[in-house]
Design a protein around this ligand. Structure first.
Ligand code: CP
Length: 310
C-alpha cells in the first residue's frame, strides 16, 4: 500500500491498520532525513499550508511548522487571539478567507470537538486535526505509538497504561484507537471521576490504583490534569491528586521490571510526574517530541500524495 485511505487526518478512529503502518514507514524515512546535516527535502515545494490554532500550543504547533518547512512547503500561521475571530467572524468564514489566498492544507487546533470534521465537509483543502477539544489528537497518538515502536519489538500483547485525566483527554482517546488497532492491550487509570463512563466500549481495562497499573504495564503514558477544561472539581486538590496518582522514582524502583514512561506534554512537574521520573532513563518524553516532526512530515507528505492523485 502506498496511499492513505483518507483525504483528511481527522482522527485515528477512521484510519486502518495499513494506514498506520504506512505512516510509520514514511516517518522512518523522514526521521533519517531530519538527522542529516541537510534536513530539508523538496517534497511539498508546490504546497501552501495554514496552521490555524484556536487554542494554545507549544509542541504541536512548532512541530507542524518545522515538519512543513523541512518538506519545503510555504507556511502561514494563524492564531485566534490576534485575529478577526475576536470581532465575531465564524470559523467557516475565517477558513474560507484563508483558502481564498490559495492554501492547499489546513492544520487546525480547535476547542470544539468535531470542528475539523465540520470544515472537511465544507471546504476542498486537506484538513489535519491538531486536537479538537476533548475528542481526538491523531498526530499525538501517531508519534506516541511510533515512539513505542522504536523501543519495543512488537505491539502484539504489549501492555500500555494511560494514567491521569482520561475524561478530558483527546490524547487518551486517540492513543486507545491507535494502540488497539496495532494489537496492544490498553488500561486506563485515574480517579473514578476522571474516567469517562463510555470507556469500556473502547475495549480497555480500568484500574483506579496507580501502583497496580504500573505493575501491570510495559509502558505508562502519563497525562496532565486539564484544569482549563474542568468547570467543576473532580478531586479535592492538586496536592491530593499528586499523593494518590503522582509517579515518582521510588515507585518505579519498587517494580520487578523496567517500564517505559511517556508524557505528551506539557508536564506539570511534581503533580503527575516527579522530576526524577520525567528526566530519568525510563522516560522517552523528548524522543516523542523528536518523533513528532517525522510523523507530521509523513502525514503531510501522504495527504499531499492523495491530493495530487485526485
Ligand atoms: N502534546 C501537545 O499537544 O502539546 P501542545 O499543547 O504544547 O501542542
Amino acid at each position: 500500500m502506498s496511499e492513505l485511505s483518507v483525504n483528511h487526518l481527522l482522527g485515528i478512529k477512521n484510519l486502518t491498520y495499513d494506514d498506520l503502518q504506512l505512516i510509520f514507514e514514511i516517518a522512518d524515512q523522514f526521521k533519517e532525513v531530519i538527522n542529516r546535516p541537510i534536513k530539508k527535502v523538496p517534497s511539498l515545494r508546490d504546497i501552501t499550508i495554514a496552521n490555524v490554532f484556536f487554542e494554545n500550543s507549544t509542541r504541536t504547533r512548532l512541530s507542524f511548522e518545522l515538519a512543513e518547512k523541512r518538506l519545503s512547503a510555504d507556511v502561514i500561521n494563524f492564531s485566534s487571539s490576534s485575529s478577526s475571530v475576536k470581532k465575531g467572524e465564524t470559523l467557516l468564514d475565517t477558513v474560507n478567507n484563508i483558502l481564498a489566498m490559495k492554501v492547499d492544507m489546513i492544520v487546525m487546533r480547535h476547542p470544539s470537538p468535531g470542528a475539523p470534521h465540520f470544515l472537511a465537509k465544507h471546504i476542498k483543502a486537506n484538513i489535519v486535526n491538531a486536537g479538537d477539544g476533548t475528542h481526538e489528537h491523531p498526530t499525538q497518538a501517531l508519534l506516541d505509538t511510533f515512539s513505542i515502536r522504536s523501543k519495543h519489538t512488537s505491539f502484539e500483547g504489549l501492555k500500555v497504561a494511560i494514567i491521569g485525566d482520561i475524561l478530558h483527554s483527546r490524547v487518551a482517546i486517540s492513543n486507545i484507537f491507535a494502540l488497539k488497532k496495532l494489537g496492544a492491550e490498553v488500561m486506563v487509570c485515574g480517579p473514578n471521576t476522571l474516567i469517562p463512563k463510555f470507556i469500556h466500549t473502547l475495549g480497555v481495562q480500568v484500574e483506579l490504583d496507580v501502583m497496580k497499573a504500573l505493575q501491570w504495564c510495559d509502558v505508562a503514558n502519563v497525562l496532565r490534569i486539564q484544569l482549563e477544561r474542568q468547570q467543576i472539581k473532580y478531586f479535592p486538590s492538586t496536592r491530593e491528586y499528586s499523593l494518590y496518582y503522582g509517579i515518582n522514582k521510588a515507585m518505579l524502583d519498587s517494580l520487578d521490571k523496567e517500564i517505559t514512561i511517556m508524557h505528551p506534554g506539557p508536564i506539570n512537574r511534581g503533580v503527575e510526574l516527579a522530576s526524577d521520573v520525567a528526566d530519568s532513563d525510563h522516560s522517552i518524553i523528548l524522543d516523542q517530541v523528536e518523533n513528532g516532526v517525522a510523523i507530521r512530515m509523513a502525514v503531510l507528505y501522504l495527504l499531499a500524495s492523495v491530493r495530487s492523485n485526485q
